[in-house]
Design a protein. Structure first.
Length: 280
């Protein structure tokens, strides 16, 4: 049985110009201990799909199952690391990690021990008493990862957690995250728009098409670890995925063009929904 089974998931939103289909009939399985990366063009529904897996957003059709059980609300078995970290600036690194553990009812000693362990795992033991303004962006994201891991979830969900960081910090965190994954054996679902980042981290990269998001292609990554962003094989596979991504975007743009534009009379541009004459 797959750890996660995404079965025919579709999601629509009500926009200013009508209903927008964000995801359409997504079918996907994630195995126990797998590092899966979702990638695709902006607006393809990557983060929406992650929120549905987390139980933060309901699907309009289909369902997500974890170990065969339907997911319909957030749970401690699934932790999320967001792009901005979502940390509390008035708390130290240690107290940020302890915060959800207090909500779970753990004793002060248990909270402190568990927080110290996971801060050590992300190489922040020396900074556990520091406040967020005393930490770099990369260090703050490591605190967010430690907090998510401290819940000891079965699945770690990560929504573009490194996108706001500089290149050197991202590369450092690629190494840290691979270490954490190998040591903990967590199932990870990771969203990014960075193709090289995806190849550097993933066991498998799933490419979603432009809106509506569908599974366009899957790429197993069978490279030894640790991997680094400048590795030749990482660049080679990233190029293959980038080509598939660009082909998908070009195909959707052509379909939109064919649907929205009709042959025009002389001097008149005729677009879907109206006519624009020479006066513009």
């Amino acid at each position: 049985m797959a750890k996660l089974a995404i079965c025919g998931v579709s999601k629509r939103f009500q926009g200013r110009n009508g209903t927008v289909c964000a995801l359409e009939n997504i079918c996907l399985e994630v195995q126990e201990g797998e590092f899966l990366v979702l990638i695709g063009p902006s607006g393809c529904g990557k983060s929406t799909l992650l929120n549905i897996i987390a139980g933060l957003d309901p699907a309009d059709a289909g369902e997500v199952r974890e170990d065969g059980r339907p997911v319909w609300k957030p749970g401690r078995d699934r932790s999320v690391v967001f792009q901005d970290g979502a940390l509390f600036p008035w708390l130290t690194a240690q107290k940020n990690v302890e915060f959800p553990l207090k909500q779970m009812g753990l004793s002060a000693r248990e909270r402190a021990e568990r927080a110290a362990y996971y801060l050590h795992l992300v190489h922040l033991s020396r900074f556990r008493e520091n406040y967020l303004h005393e930490l770099s962006g990369g260090m703050r994201q490591r605190v967010a990862i430690a907090r998510a891991l401290a819940l000891e979830p079965e699945v770690l969900l990560m929504d573009e957690p490194f996108s706001a960081l500089d290149a050197q910090t991202r590369e450092d965190l690629y190494v840290v995250l691979q270490e954490i994954w190998q040591r903990t054996g967590k199932t990870i679902v990771f969203v990014t728009h960075n193709v090289r980042e995806a190849v550097c981290l993933a066991d498998r990269v799933v490419l979603l098409s432009a809106r509506p998001g569908r599974v366009q292609a899957e790429f197993p990554i069978q490279l030894s670890r640790p991997r680094f962003i400048e590795d030749v094989d990482v660049a080679r596979i990233a190029h293959q995925i980038s080509c598939a991504l660009k082909e998908g975007i070009a195909r959707v743009r052509q379909e939109e063009y064919d649907e929205d534009w009709q042959p025009a009379e002389a001097g008149v541009f005729r677009a879907a929904g109206g006519v624009m004459g020479d006066s513009i």
